[in-house]
Design a binder for this molecule. Structure first.
Ligand code: ZN
Length: 956
């Protein structure tokens, strides 16, 4: 056995691998896509017309991948567990000239099963095979074995180090790997980001995003959440920058080998999963609280805008500690604003990273962004307990992290700013949106197996976040908040620094629930909870009253908009806590279950005290994750009471009644003539949450009714519904947060429906702004102004001005906003713009043309103009895109338009046109098949159009 020096000295010797020369690869290795493929990614959810686009979700966009293997057993993507990492010491030296970094990792492992091969994760790292050294942890002066071979499996990111000697169970080993990596521009791993100073100088920084599989791009590691270990991070950086990581700095001194560098050593972490490690090397400035334990990092000129996030962050951390009954565990918490960031924020333990706009207040900030900023902080800091202190064992249970973070973002932030009504808004944003997504037959359960990194990513969806948050909120009311808090305290105390599965949570909460005797006899909390986490879908509870016997019969089935292909799915059952309130004794505060629906029982009968002229309401404030359908008489009693005095019902319930009634009508389970009148309470509505629900409903109706005979009357209806609220909130001014938020919805709908005052205001404001862009448009209504300012008296001048502003704009974000607005232009202007952008003299790139099309597709009333453009200009379009996609640009555009055609006549016209013009051409078959799909989707019209049109006609 060859003799060598002590392993620690080896590590500190920092054997520098030669810096990579030459260009650094850009972007991911994914196959290049045609800009036209962007059309396939178009969201099917309409944002309220013209209004600000929704903030990017905290969840990531799922990457589609084939399912390989269910579960961890035999899963080729999971690491063997014969070696368990205990400690890492990782030293990194970023180089901002070559955008690379040198790395040096000392890793101590515990051998739990004899093996001669170390298998761990590494990605895009160049490992110096000759520098590998391994020692037995008890005999650190001697090499334990020689490296026989080193291989990197790029499919699974497995680095395999085969030794000439067997490592034996019960022993510890330490080894050193030296490597170089890439400061990539993928926003994943250890990546580079930049910003421009006021003088136009580009400043580079390096930062991290490791969830779920980015750590392996920064250092070789066991990059699965259950391999928790302690980390000692060391960063060498130049004198113009500073470094920050999860833990405080314990030593900062000139690097002994290269005195031009500062070597910063951070304190060792508590046991932590690799995806929660973070470090930033930048020239950021910082602001710290008086106690010196809560710091904001951002580029220096933005620090003044960090006051709000500093105040909210500290308050949230304190409230979360109180909720969980466990103090925040680390000596400090930092929040950092990163110029380039893929998600909204990331909960790295002790160093949370955010997009700049979600941490720093800006002049142009509207009410929605202010609110998103606050809830993002509560979300990420909530993770410091659920996610960081106690971590899911595998991504199949992503909801264990994200469901709680979503729950906390409303619960905790509501304690800080009750006047923002975040729990009511959460009913719409989490609960109702999750139900909408959960209605798909192919939807997966909150807990569902995942394997490859792409599948891991797919768990960061609305089910893990929004449904997770909604189901936990249901548990809060089902158990009582004190029992849930006690359960959380128990769960976090037992499992801190470890990983958990849902049953660990269920056992801890179940213990407290049993003690408090809050559940029915004979069932555990796990029995109840798992019916929600292990099954996909949303139940609909049928509540049918017997008015003579004064009873209500409750039963359940799975809710679908259309009968599922697997008919038996409707028979799926849950343990459903049923809460009820009645007109005779309305109580909106005592919301414990009065009875239960059991999976094993067909129905439950409960008595009611209300008379036959009084309503009964199941699931007040929509606390249970289910819809409710009543007998028609009870629906009508609810409608009469809601119309007469909406304030008799809390905002969440007003929101719920509208949402349930219209969803049930769409699913053919309630007649539209009963459901549609629920819109009428909007005439007096002044709270944001019901208007959020109404926005989803009205937008869905827009997609169905645009281009039909009743379209003009529908617009009249929307003008009538919004008139009072519009007069109350006005177009401008700077009132309180909630009014500004409400105005965002009301003004959007009013202008879109053709409210003349609204359009005139937009026209004048846009005209003034185009004349002098140094004036600022009101932040909450700026996009409404730019959109509907193109429809008033000065439409032609405003359109020309906005188009010129767009073509001259250099800033990508502003350019996108201007483009969104141009999609609102009047038909003749829009048609000229569409033609100009694909002409031979076009100065617009392909991506932007496709984005313009997408914006128009999101406005149902504009689609006929787009379709006609595609029909009239197919050769121009195809020559612009040079047939860079499987289907030509014109065909792709027509496909997208065809699927949104809303009448049989229009479909027949379009089909005749294709028959005449595309017969025997490429794309003919695919267009034909799109027509067949479109005819099927007209089923809604065949069933409902007459009822809907009649009701609208008789109500305007
Ligand atoms: Zn989260």
């Amino acid at each position: 056995m060859a003799r060598c020096g002590p392993a620690l000295l080896l590590l500190l010797a920092a054997l520098a691998a030669p810096a990579l020369a030459g260009p650094v690869p850009r972007g991911s290795s994914a196959a290049p896509r045609s800009p036209l493929d962007l059309l396939d990614d178009r969201t099917r959810e309409l944002a309220p017309d013209m209004a600000d686009p929704l903030p990017p979700p905290r969840r990531r966009a799922p990457k589609k991948a084939p399912r390989l293997v269910d579960g961890a057993n035999g899963d080729p993507y999971r690491l063997p567990s014969s070696l368990i990492p205990l400690l890492y010491q990782v030293e990194l030296t970023p180089n901002f000239d070559t955008f690379t970094f040198d790395g040096n990792a000392l890793i101590i492992v515990n051998c739990v099963e004899d093996t001669d091969t170390i298998v761990l994760h590494a990605k895009e790292l160049t490992i110096d095979k000759d520098a590998f050294v391994i020692v037995d942890d008890r005999m650190t002066y001697f090499a334990f074995a020689q490296l026989k071979s080193m291989t990197l499996d790029k499919t699974h990111d497995f680095l395999s180090l085969k030794l000439d000697t067997m490592m034996t169970k019960g022993n510890r080993y330490r080894f050193v790997l030296q490597y170089t990596g890439i400061l990539n521009d993928n926003l994943d791993g250890f990546y580079r980001s930049s910003y421009k100073t006021a003088d136009g100088e580009t400043r580079w920084l390096a930062t991290t995003q490791f969830e779920e599989t980015g750590a392996r791009r920064a250092f070789p590691c066991w990059d699965e959440p259950s391999f928790k270990a302690r980390f000692y991070i060391i960063i060498n950086h130049d004198k113009n920058r500073n470094a920050v990581s999860n833990m405080p700095i314990v030593q900062s001194a000139p690097n002994q080998k290269d005195p031009t560098l500062i070597q910063v050593q951070f304190d060792g972490t508590l046991p932590i999963s690799t995806y929660l490690i973070a470090f930033i090397v930048s020239d950021f400035g910082s602001v710290t609280n008086c106690e010196g334990n809560f710091t904001l990092y951002a580029r220096k000129e933005l620090l003044d805008g960090g006051h709000f996030s500093q105040v909210i962050g500290q308050k949230a951390l304190q409230l979360l500690a109180e909720y969980n009954g466990i103090d925040y565990m680390l000596p400090k918490e930092d929040q950092a604003a990163i110029p380039d960031f893929a998600a909204g924020a990331m909960e790295n333990w002790g160093l949370v990273t955010y997009r700049e706009e979600y941490l720093i207040e800006q002049d142009s900030q509207n009410a929605r962004i202010a609110e998103y900023m606050m809830t993002t902080i509560c979300h990420e800091l909530g993770h410091q307990w659920t996610g960081d202190l106690v971590t899911l064992d595998w991504w199949s249970h992503t909801w264990l992290n994200e469901g709680f973070a979503d729950y906390f973002e409303n619960y905790i932030c509501n304690l800080i700013k009750p006047e923002w009504h975040l729990r009511d808004k959460g009913v719409v944003y989490d609960h109702q949106q999750a139900m909408e997504y959960d209605v798909l037959e192919t939807q997966v359960a909150m807990s569902s197996p995942v394997s490859s990194p792409a599948e891991d990513s797919s768990k960061f969806d609305r089910i893990s976040y929004s449904k997770g948050g909604a189901v936990i909120r249901m548990w809060e009311y089902m158990l009582g908040v004190d029992v849930l808090k006690a359960g959380m305290h128990r769960y976090l105390s037992i499992h801190m620094f470890k990983n958990t599965r849902p049953e660990d949570l269920f056992n801890a909460i179940g213990f407290e629930a049993q003690k408090a005797k809050v559940l029915p006899d004979g069932v555990t909390f796990g029995d109840i909870a798992s019916t929600w986490t292990e099954q996909p879908g949303v139940p609909v509870v049928s509540a049918v009253r017997d008015y003579d016997k004064k009873t209500i019969t409750l039963s359940q089935k799975r809710f679908f908009y259309a009968p599922p292909n697997r008919a038996s799915l409707v028979n799926q059952r849950w343990f459903i806590p049923v809460t009820m309130t009645q007109q005779a004794s309305a109580n909106w505060d005592s919301l414990k279950p009065s009875t239960w629906l059991w999976p094993s029982k067909e129905q439950t009968v409960a008595s009611v005290s209300s008379s036959s002229s009084e309503w009964v309401l199941v699931n007040p404030k929509e606390i249970g994750y289910y819809r409710v359908n009543y007998d028609v008489q009870n629906w009508k009693l609810l409608l009469a009471a809601l119309t007469k005095k909406p304030s008799d019902f809390p905002p969440a319930t007003r929101s719920q009644l509208l949402n349930d009634a219209l969803a049930l009508a769409r699913g053919n389970q309630l007649d539209y003539s009963v459901a549609l009148p629920f819109l009428n309470f909007l005439k007096t509505e002044r709270q944001v949450a019901p208007w959020q629900t109404a926005t989803a409903s009205l937008n869905w109706m827009r997609t169905k009714l645009a281009g039909t005979d009743v379209w003009d009357k529908f617009l009249t209806l929307v003008r009538q519904l919004t008139q009072n609220a519009y007069e109350a909130v006005g177009y401008g001014g700077a009132p309180d947060h909630e009014t500004r938020y409400l105005r965002y919805y009301v003004v959007s709908h009013a202008c879109n429906a053709g409210n003349q005052d609204c359009i005139s205001q937009a026209n004048n404001l846009l005209k003034s702004w185009l004349a002098d862009k140094s004036t600022k448009l009101d932040a909450d209504t700026s996009l409404v102004t730019m959109c509907h300012g193109l429809r008033g008296d000065d439409a032609a001048t405003n359109f020309a001005g906005l188009k010129a502003a767009w073509l001259a704009e250099k800033d990508t974000k502003t350019r996108t906003i201007l483009l969104q607005s141009l999609a609102c232009a009047k038909a003749a202007h829009l048609d000229s713009l569409l033609k100009e952008t694909v002409s031979s003299s076009s100065k617009v790139d392909q991506d932007e043309v496709v984005n313009l099309w997408k914006e128009v597709l999101n406005r149902p009333e504009q689609i006929p103009t787009l379709f006609k453009f595609a029909q009239d200009n197919s050769q121009l379009i195809d020559s612009f895109f040079k047939n860079s996609s499987t289907n030509s640009g014109a065909v792709k555009l027509m496909l997208n338009c065809i699927e949104q055609i809303t009448s049989t006549d229009a479909l027949n016209d379009a089909r005749r046109w294709v028959e005449y013009n595309y017969k025997n051409q490429a794309g003919y078959d695919v267009l034909q098949s799109a027509f067949l799909d479109a005819y099927v989707s007209l089923d809604w019209y065949r069933r409902n159009y007459k009822t809907v049109a009649d009701w609208i006609s008789s109500n305007v």
